[in-house]
Every structure is written in structure tokens, then in C-alpha cells.
Design a protein around this ligand. Structure first.
Ligand code: ACM
Length: 553
């Protein structure tokens, strides 16, 4: 790859022009010539490049056009998300010409090609307002490209800390800039219910708010002693889903059950195991960890959550709907005479059987509505529901077992791609929890474990990085944990990389020099390669507090 073509994620091929002029430029004459099916990309280009350059980018064909087309040939070669981008004009010399041609295998391919065009224009093309008059030059290249995986995702947990709608929209722009196409929206958990459900208003009236918040790691003795919360209205959700769709990103909603449900139980105590817990006195949880307060295995609870999912399906067109299924302690079901009676009545054997009963119910319920269930790998316990897909988070094992049994899998092992984990050793990381997982570690993550049969490997839909926000209380902290590692992750998910040990990390790091400048222009608070900026260091919030260190708010 040449010096000025520092693309991330790396494309399949880049060919340099021999006879073409060294560079073409965008200027006042540049137009957007959008063919059928490419309208959303034209809108995006006009908004993004128009803001950065100040150029009008009027509609229309001509010799200075950026021509956007859908091409069956590209679809055959690189799939619906693939594209071919040429800054050397139309290969067939077609009448009227064009300065830049982007041909996608489908509408998404055209959009990913447009993202590459923005990278080729240089870091200043990422600004929200022009800082220079140009010239907006492009190297003379032909790029051929297409993704390795169809599921290239990021999970964002908005329960532990709430991210306002505008920050979610910005996050979607950052995903698009990295050619990621799935936004797994973790909307409910013990610490907050974040989506308005019209028929159950207390889910947000009560469940979206907690009295105080743990500051730092679970073991930290520090608290922010103010009420905390927030939620998205159904209009907010519609806006987020539409904004994502314009960027060819699917929003997969997660409503976690039967565990991670204390916020829901605090709102509606009858959802809990009332014969063993005084659920009426439960509040939304204010600390982190695995919570014993799980849903009661009753028909009424099923009906309640069917009502929730009916509203969720109206809002989210995604085929996959995530039902959680992780970390559901069975202690209350063991102690509860009502739950034990249910085990007998349903003939499910034991408490694991109750967990499967929940998951199977919603698997059938979703399938009857043309959707597919996806859940964390615990849904394997007690028998995996037919047709269900698995997010493999406790390492590779759950994903391997599920794929070998013919289920689709998204690989997101916590040991590799949990971005809440620290990026470097050392006490000056802002909140250094978990494993040390460096930029290079993420770059060498391989979503398809060796030894899978080809049939099983075909069930690996792709991969996602997960952002759990216990120690990320605002957008800046999310940025710091997510970047730059998301750039490495995007290359793992998109590019045709060799085996982990053969990957050219040095070359990637060199391309990152340019990518950091793109992130600067986007205003991303990434972790600088040299280590945290002094203002990001927060000693004393990590379970080993320094004497007398006050909470930083
Ligand atoms: C998870 O991290 N509990 C899915």
C-alpha cells in the first residue's frame, strides 16, 4: 500500500494508475451522479464531504461527477457489501465521463465505497467544518474490496451508563467510518431499563433511575451520590434505527432475560420470585456484578415480556433479536417452592431447564413473527433452542459447540474483544480493569478458531466487540476504551487477514498514524499511543483507592 492510501480497514486490492494523472481533485465543479439504489449514499456524501469541504456537490452527471452505481459484476465478485472505487474515471470511457466511480454490489457496497473515498481525501475530510480551501486531492487508484464477515458489530451497554441519543448517533457514524454494520444495543439490565415501553410505563418511570452509582470498579468504595438515569423514547429509538439504516447498520436490540432483570423487577415486583424475595422493596441496582434477582418462571412473566417484545419488534426491523440469557443465577429458583413446582409441571428437570424454557419460548415466539433469536452462550445450557444463534462471550467454546451443532454464531470472546478491559498495564490507565488487551492483541484476534470443520466455520456469522460501561460514565470514557482498538477490530472483521501470527502489525501501526489524524478530526478521545493524557489518569478508583482520593465527577 502506498504512503497516501492508508486505508483502515485494509481493502482487498489497491491498484495505482500508470497513465492517469497522479491526482484528481474535488472542487466547485464536482457533482454527485446517484444511480438507482444509491440515494442514501449520495445524501451521506453531500452531508459529510459538504461539511468538511464547503463544496456544494450538486446533483448531476458529467466529467467532474462522483458516479454511484450498483453493479451485478461487483456483486458477483465481492458480494452485496463489496465495491470497486476508481478515481481514474469510468473504465468504459462512458459518455460524459466522471471523476470518481464507485460501484457497489448493492446499496451497502456503494456506501462502504464512499467511506473509502472519504479516507482517500485525507484526515481533513473528517472535519465538521472546512478548515482550508483545499485542494481536495485524490490519489489515482482503483480499489477492489469486500468484507470477510457479514456481521461486524459493536455492542454498547447503555444500562450501566446511559449515553444520550446524540452520542449514540455519533457512535453510529464512528461504526460506519470503520465499515462496521451491526449495532448491538444493550438496552436493559439490573442497573437501568433504557427503552420506553408504552404498555408498561413503570419500566422507565421507575426502572430507568437509580439512587446512586458506583464510581469505578466493583470493589471500589466510591460512589456518586446523586440520582442517575435516562432512557430513549420510542421516537428516539425510531430516529436511531433510521439513522443507522441510512448508514447500512442494523440495530439489534437486546432485552435481557431471565437474569439481569432487577431494574424491571424494581418497576414491577410481580416479575420476581415473590415467594422467596420481598421484591416490592427492590430498587434499581447501584453496583456491578452478577445479580441474584431473576425473573419468576410464570406464564404472567411470559405475557409481560411478549408485550415488551411486541413493541420492540415494531421499532426494530432487525431479523435478529437478542434476548440475553447470560449470567442467570439459579439460587432463587432453587429456593422457590413456586419455581420448583413449575419445574415439575413443565417437566423440564431442573433449574437449567427453566432457563431453556424461557429461551425456547421466545425462540418460537420470535420465529412465528419472522424473526430470529440470538442469545449469550449460556443459552446452550439445558439444550439450545432450535434456530437460535449464539453470541459466544465466555471464550470460543460456546461458539464452537453451537457451530458444530449447526447454529449460527457471533464470536465475541471476552478474553479478546471486551473493550472495557485495559489497553495497557500500569496504574495510570483511567480505570484499568480486567485483562490487558493491547491494540496489537485485538489486531491478532481471530474470529474463526482453528480446528472447526468447514461446515461449522460457515456458521460463524462474524464477530463483534463488546463495550460494557460500568467504568465508562460518559462519551469521552467510551471513546477512550473503544479507540484505537475498534480500528484494529474493524480490520479483523472486514479484511482478508492472514493467520494471527502472520499479520503485519507494523504495517497496520504505520497506517494508524494517518488514522489517528482522522480520529482527531472526528473529535474522538482515543487512547494516545504514548499512554493516557494526564487529564485522563484517575488513580484511586479501582478497588485499590489511594488514601483520601475524592471521586472525580
Ligand atoms: C456478558 O458479558 N455477560 C455477556
Amino acid at each position: 500500500m502506498t504512503d497516501d492510501v492508508n486505508l483502515i480497514p485494509a481493502p482487498l486490492t489497491v491498484e495505482r494508475g500508470e497513465s492517469a494523472p497522479a491526482r484528481v481533485a474535488l472542487d466547485e465543479r464536482t457533482t454527485l451522479d446517484a444511480g438507482p439504489g444509491t440515494g442514501s449514499t449520495a445524501r451521506w456524501l453531500r452531508a459529510a464531504l459538504g461539511a468538511a469541504t464547503g463544496l456544494p456537490l450538486a446533483d448531476g452527471p458529467g466529467p467532474y461527477a462522483i458516479r454511484l452505481r450498483i453493479s451485478e459484476e461487483v456483486a458477483r465478485e465481492h458480494g452485496p457489501e463489496g465495491y470497486r472505487l476508481s478515481t481514474r474515471g469510468p473504465a468504459d470511457g462512458s459518455a460524459g465521463g466522471a471523476a470518481v466511480v464507485i460501484e457497489g454490489g448493492g446499496p451497502a457496497g456503494v456506501f462502504w465505497g464512499a467511506q473509502t473515498l472519504r479516507q482517500l481525501l485525507g484526515p481533513e475530510a473528517y472535519r465538521k467544518a472546512p478548515v482550508a480551501d483545499g485542494p481536495w486531492e485524490l490519489p489515482a487508484v482503483t480499489v477492489q474490496d469486500g468484507p470477510r464477515f457479514g456481521w461486524r458489530g459493536l455492542l454498547l451497554d447503555v444500562s450501566r451508563h446511559f449515553l444520550p441519543k446524540d452520542d449514540v448517533l455519533r457512535q453510529l457514524d464512528l461504526l460506519a467510518a470503520h465499515k462496521l454494520n451491526v449495532f448491538h444495543f444493550h438496552l436493559t439490565d439490573d442497573q437501568g431499563w433504557r427503552i420506553e415501553i408504552k404498555r408498561h410505563p413503570r419500566l422507565t418511570e421507575v426502572g430507568a433511575w437509580r439512587a446512586r452509582t458506583k464510581w469505578g470498579h466493583r470493589a471500589s468504595p466510591l460512589w456518586t451520590e446523586t440520582p442517575y438515569g435516562g432512557f430513549y423514547t420510542q421516537d428516539d429509538i425510531r430516529e436511531i434505527v433510521a439513522y443507522a439504516a441510512e448508514r447500512h447498520i442494523t440495530v439489534v436490540p437486546e432485552i435481557d432475560l431471565p437474569g439481569h432483570a432487577q431494574a424491571a423487577i424494581a418497576a414491577y415486583p410481580e416479575l420476581g420470585n415473590t415467594d422467596v424475595v420481598d421484591t416490592a422493596s427492590l430498587t434499581v441496582w447501584d453496583t456491578w456484578g452478577i445479580n441474584p434477582n431473576v425473573l419468576a418462571p410464570t406464564e404472567a412473566v411470559l405475557r409481560f415480556y411478549e408485550g415488551v417484545f411486541e413493541e420492540v419488534l415494531d421499532l426494530f426491523p432487525s431479523t435478529f433479536v437478542h434476548v440475553g440469557g447470560d449470567e442467570c443465577p439459579k439460587d432463587q429458583w432453587k429456593a422457590s417452592p413456586a419455581a420448583q413446582a413449575r419445574i415439575k409441571e413443565l417437566g423440564v428437570g431442573d433449574e437449567d431447564g427453566l432457563q431453556s424454557w424461557f429461551i425456547r419460548h421466545f425462540d418460537r415466539w420470535l420465529a412465528a413473527r419472522g424473526r430470529r433469536l440470538i442469545g449469550w452462550d449460556e443459552i446452550l445450557e439445558g439444550g439450545l433452542a432450535e434456530g437460535a444463534a449464539v453470541s459466544s462471550w465466555r471464550g470460543y467454546a460456546g461458539g464452537i459447540a453451537a457451530a458444530e451443532a449447526g447454529h449460527d454464531v457471533v464470536m465475541c470472546p471476552e478474553q479478546q474483544v471486551y473493550l472495557d478491559h485495559r489497553q495497557a498495564p500500569g496504574e495510570d490507565e483511567p480505570m484499568p480493569i480486567g485483562y490487558v488487551r493491547t491494540l496489537e492483541d485485538v489486531y491478532r484476534f481471530e474470529p474463526v478458531p482453528p480446528g472447526l470443520s468447514p461446515e461449522a466455520a460457515a456458521h460463524i456469522l462474524g464477530t463483534q466487540a463488546n463495550v460494557w460501561t460500568e467504568v465508562m460514565e460518559n462519551r469521552s470514557r467510551v471513546d477512550y476504551q473503544v479507540f484505537p482498538r475498534l480500528a484494529a477490530f474493524a480490520e479483523v472483521a472486514w479484511s482478508a487477514l492472514p493467520a494471527p501470527e502472520a499479520r503485519d502489525y507494523t504495517g497496520f501501526a504505520r497506517r494508524m498514524d494517518t488514522h489517528y489524524r482522522r480520529l482527531d478530526a472526528l473529535g474522538v478521545d482515543y487512547r494516545p499511543p504514548a499512554g493516557p493524557h494526564p487529564r485522563q489518569r484517575r488513580p484511586g478508583v479501582l478497588g485499590r483507592p489511594l488514601e483520601g482520593t475524592p471521586p472525580i465527577v
